[in-house]
Ligand binder design. Sequence first.
Ligand code: NAD
Length: 328
Amino acid sequence: MKLLVTGGAGFIGSNYVRAVLTGGYPAFHGASVTVLDKLTYAGNLANLAPVEGRYDFVQGDVCDGALLADVVPGHDVVIHFAAESHVDRSIETAADFVRTNVLGTQALMDACVAAGVRRVVHVSTDEVYGSIETGSWDESAPLAPRSPYAASKAGGDLIARSYAITHGLPVSITRCGNNYGPYQYPEKIIPLFVTTLIQGGTVPLYGDGGNVRDWIHVADHCRGIQRVAEIGRPGEVYHIAGTAELTNLELTTRLLEALDLPQDRIRWVADRKGHDRRYSLDDGKLRNLGYAPEVSFEEGLAETVQWYKDNPSWWKPSHRPSSHRAGR
Ligand code: NAD
């Protein structure tokens, strides 16, 4: 079985590739893996160092139709992670988000149709629904994205869904909450705050700190994606929900406690423009297919903090202690 993973050098894609190649998913045992990644600022082959030499790597752009026509044929399964992924960057400049997340998805879906790929998973986000004060979204909730990042992901989702209906492409869509874990680029809130605190800095908390996120360990997200790759239905959307709903202030307090630091290491900054207040997914549909998260937030967060403490050589070159860019 040949597996193509786009964005496989990023945070979540690399976790997925490492899991496939270290026997994490018995149904894909023995699969040969191709990683297609442009290696933007967020892509890093060091994320794949534990499985070095065990996958084929193509450095390239998912928007490049000619490259895709060359690379995609021969692959049985395609998992599409490649994206511009940081909300704050999309607020500063949205063009790369629309290009990669919408046009790149269209180019990849075209290549998958042409190559007759038998299974495709498009990896998406809860942010496509906008913001919800109470309750949770199920998969039939209307898309109402509020940031350029979320809008570009919603565009990609709808392109993927349309290819299932129009072309019969066997593509399913996953939507997940906020991920955390090792190898996450230190612009997102958990690695930014942990690495800043380790270096003695203060951490920038947006607005009143009351924005709520639902946290999931990256290994559980990838397990959910794998379940969908194995038995999800074409054209269907599946939620992968978090295991801990926390305000950003509660999360920051947990990080300070984990590092034995006082609350005065928080620096309050003006709120993000259009900041979504809360996300919440109902994941009953995927749980009915046998999926359940395995990593408790307490255990996962402690391990993640320890990983950043143990691996400064991974995060130091890219670290920006004075950045306001915290969050997802
Ligand atoms: P990331 O930014 O860490 O990694 C993205 C990867 O895609 C990088 O390796 C980058 O080099 C690559 N890439 C970017 N543009 C490309 C292009 N044009 N062509 C080829 N490769 C390109 O992102 P992540 O956090 O690992 O997210 C992976 C996917 O999961 C994204 O689709 C994202 O929308 C989705 N997602 C992320 C989260 C989260 O909490 N991080 C939650 C839900 C869904």
